[in-house]
Design a protein around this ligand. Structure first.
Ligand code: SF4
Ligand code: SF4
Ligand code: SF4
Length: 338
């Protein structure tokens, strides 16, 4: 088994088309709100789509901030399909979905079964969701989900950020996901970065993360829905670990994100950048960036990963989380309970 393990080109890519957002969530790792001064122009984004379309990218995601606030979002999507990118997704807080937007989504889903919506829902009540996302935003998000349901549009995933105050609400959010016909529920831990630094005491502990992973496996069977809470460290729950099947984090393995100002991000949860598309060739950097080379080499892992029998599968867990907490992506995932 190679100690380095990655695709020859990034297969999953996100373009964070703006930092502008209508919300000011407490946990926003981008501290989104106002657009950045040096955001990519439409022309630069079209050129980026051109470049991406020359590679075997499995999915191109448009995110933000809130991508629905970008005046050219639908032009970017149309162009990406025209250029032959088969699978496209949008990550949205869902509060801005109206009849017109829902009809547009319906058209995309009608033309391609590869148009995916990633919707944020951090709780099943206004009290829980709005604690992070601000008053009135639970109602607005549900309004968006209702419109999707009205037009028979299935979200690909409901994304829930887990912290100490909403762990008991996972099952209720899973019920919402069923109600709105979502294919998946994605459970993500609160990441201490951006605005979330001010609420760091609510980040879950390794033992709560383990408990969350166990709960999700149970709920997945009970509700017959896939719940993705299977970060790399979840291999610790598997009775029979297949050491020939690495389960790496996407960082350095298959994902690249492009920030609103063009920074090339191995993982969007951190501000760690390997270059900028305004000056650098992103596919050349994918192969030659010293940071990516360092991340891919598991012999560079430190702390308790050294000598860990699961290292070849888990590969250090969430490298972005290690970077945000320890300022060192080669230290173990802070939520590893081993
Ligand atoms: S978490 Fe999402 S919806 Fe909330 S402020 Fe950040 S970008 Fe906007
Ligand atoms: S010690 Fe490191 S390699 Fe082992 S399970 Fe934890 S994060 Fe993964
Ligand atoms: S660094 Fe963490 S959040 Fe980023 S891709 Fe890897 S597991 Fe996911």
């Amino acid at each position: 088994m190679a100690t380095k393990y990655y695709f020859s080109t990034p297969t999953l890519m996100s373009i964070f088309i703006t930092n502008r957002c209508n919300l000011r969530c407490k946990h926003c790792v981008f501290a989104a709100g106002e657009p950045l001064k040096e955001e990519l122009s439409d022309e630069q984004i079209f050129n980026l789509i051109d470049k991406i379309s020359t590679r075997e990218v499995i999915c191109l995601d448009f995110s933000g901030g809130e991508p629905l606030l970008h005046k050219s979002l639908f032009k970017f999507i149309d162009y990406a399909y025209e250029k032959g990118i088969k699978s496209i997704s949008i990550a949205t807080n869902s509060t801005l979905i109206n009849e017109e937007i829902a009809k547009r989504f319906k058209k995309y889903q009608g033309n391609s079964d590869k148009f995916n919506l990633r919707i944020s829902l951090d709780g099943s009540t206004a009290e829980i969701h709005d604690w992070l996302r601000g008053e009135g935003n639970f109602k607005a998000a549900i309004n968006g989900l209702e419109l999707l349901k009205k037009y028979n549009i299935r979200p690909r995933e409901i994304n829930m950020v887990i912290h100490k105050k909403n762990i008991d609400d996972i099952e209720n959010v899973v019920r919402f996901a069923k109600e709105y016909n979502s294919y998946y529920v994605v459970i993500l831990p609160l990441i201490i970065s951006g605005r979330a630094i001010a609420i760091k005491e609510f980040m879950i502990t390794p033992s709560l993360w383990k408990q969350t992973s166990i709960i999700c496996r149970r709920l997945s069977k009970q509700y017959n829905i896939e719940i993705l809470c299977d970060g790399p460290t979840s291999c610790l729950l598997d009775a029979d670990i297949n050491l020939n099947k690495p389960k790496p984090c996407m960082c350095g393995y298959q994902f690249l994100g492009i920030s609103p100002s063009g920074e090339i991000l191995p993982c969007p949860i951190t501000d760690l950048s390997i270059g900028n598309i305004k000056n650098d060739d992103l596919f050349n950097l994918w192969l030659n960036s010293p940071i990516l080379k360092d991340i891919r080499e598991i012999e560079n892992l430190g702390g308790k990963c050294v000598g860990c029998e699961y290292k070849i599968v888990c590969r250090g867990g969430c490298r972005g989380l290690a970077h945000t907490v320890f300022n060192n992506y080669n230290l173990p995932d802070p939520l590893c309970w081993k």
